[in-house]
Design a protein around this ligand. Sequence first.
Ligand SMILES: Nc1ncnc2c1ncn2[C@@H]1O[C@H](COP(=O)(O)OP(=O)(O)OP(=O)(O)O)[C@@H](O)[C@H]1O
Length: 239
Amino acid sequence: MNIVSTADLRRTYGEGETAVHALAGVTLEFPSGQFTAIMGPSGSGKSTLMHLLAGLDKPSSGSVKVDGHEIAGLHDTGLTMLRRERFGFVFQSFNLVPVLTAEENIKLPMTLAGREVDQEWFDRLVDTVGLRDRLTHRPSELSGGQQQRVAVARALVHRPAVLFADEPTGNLDSRSSEEVLNLLRQAVDEFHQTVIMVTHEAAAAAIADRIVILSDGQVVHDGAGTDAEGVLDLMKAVG
Ligand SMILES: Nc1ncnc2c1ncn2[C@@H]1O[C@H](COP(=O)(O)OP(=O)(O)OP(=O)(O)O)[C@@H](O)[C@H]1O
C-alpha cells in the first residue's frame, strides 16, 4: 500500500521570466515500510519535494496523497493536524527544545497532542537509541550525535505513518552519522516504519532500499538501493 504518492507535482517560485520551476512534474509512490533516499545536485528540488510531501508547503499544481487522501487542498489547520498525527521529522539542525530534558523532548509530540505516552513503546525507543542514561540531560549537555538520536526517538514516539529526514547526518561526524543511519534502518526493519530521507551523501543514501535522484525538478533515476560506490556511480551517470 502507498502511504504517500504524488502525481505530476509542480512547484514554481516567482512568475514570468524569473519563475523557477523547483519541481517540474514529479510522479512518485512511496509504499509502506520502505526506506527511500532522495538525492540530486544542489537546487534540484529535494527540499521542495520533501516539503510538499510533508504538507509543509503547497504545490502550484498536481497531487499529493497521504493514505489515499488528497492533501493539496487542505487548510493550514488540516495540514498541521496531519503533520502532528501522521508524520515524524528529523532535520539537519536537531531542532530540540533547549529548556526541555531529553525525555521531555522525546515525549513532546504526545504532550502537544494531549495524548498519553505508551510507556512500553517509549522504553523500547529509548533503548534502541541508546539514551537511557541521558534522559535527564538538556540538549546543551548532549553531543550532536546524541541530540540527533533524541530527535529520531521524538520523531517516532507517536508511531508516525512516515518519518521524513532532511539531511539528518549533515551536522554529524562519520561515527555519529552511522549511528543515526542505523537507527533509521532499524526503524524500518524492526518497527516497519516508512522513511523518506533527503541527503547528498552517498554513504547515507547507501542505507536506503530505494534511491530517487532529482535533477532540475524532475525524477531522473528511481531504482533499488546500492552501496556508496554504486550511489556515486548513479549520481555520475545522471550528470
Ligand atoms: N522560497 C523560494 N523562493 C524562490 N526560489 C526558491 C525558493 N525555495 C527554493 N527555490 C529554488 O527552487 C529550486 C529548488 O530548490 P530546493 O531547495 O528544493 O533544492 P535542493 O535540491 O533541496 O537544494 P540543496 O541541496 O542545495 O538544499 C532552486 O533553484 C532554488 O533556488
